[in-house]
Ligand binder design. Sequence first.
Ligand code: FMN
Length: 212
Amino acid sequence: MTLLDLDPDQLLSTTRAVRKRLDLTRPVPDDLIRECVALALQAPSGSNVVTMRFVVVRDEAKRRALGDVYRQVYAGYRASPGYPGNPTGDPERDRVQARVARSADFLGEHMGEAPVLVLGCVEGPNRAIAEASVGNIMPGMWSFMLAARARGLGTAWTAMHRARERDVAEILGIPYDTVAQAVLTPLAFTKGTDFKPAERPAPDEVIHWDTW
Ligand SMILES: Cc1cc2nc3c(=O)[nH]c(=O)nc-3n(C[C@H](O)[C@H](O)[C@H](O)COP(=O)(O)O)c2cc1C
């Protein structure tokens, strides 16, 4: 395995939501996915009990079925007030958001064509506990994405499939009563490996020193 030449800060600041630059034609070796999961498993878990689960979907028919679900949910999102393509009245913000919207639209259409889809889940003794402990997949999933980026692979955190969680469970044979689904990401080599830090607020806009 060859890692990209990125120091930790570069890795953290250039792991983008990759959509248009996913190489939909190049297969992803299983061993690379195992490496990313091995690193994800180093992330913290409540009570030090590992309940994070990764459903790695390579099967073409299942990917297409998931892509269809995602496309349908995405169509509703596209028509909603939260869609980033809706104008805000701030031209600078609208310019950035229009770019995000075009990128998200692309994934809305092509999710099922990624060579691999990865669904991050949490397993519990019952549905209520699985849902309540969905935080147990979040650090691991982000580690997975960072590990993927270090290996030249792109991911995009998505969650809107959850509106159709039962359908997704059926497609993948996931026991709905004990497994909560949290994050669905495409996984593919990226077209080029040069990604830039995003524009974000200055730290002091979000830090509350000592008191809110
Ligand atoms: C909780 C959460 C849910 C998200 N859901 C979606 C989604 O359903 N579809 C999508 O295309 N991107 C989704 N994203 C990715 C964001 O749109 C993305 O982070 C944003 O566009 C900024 O891009 P960047 O991370 O490359 O800076 C989600 C991100 C988070 C953290």
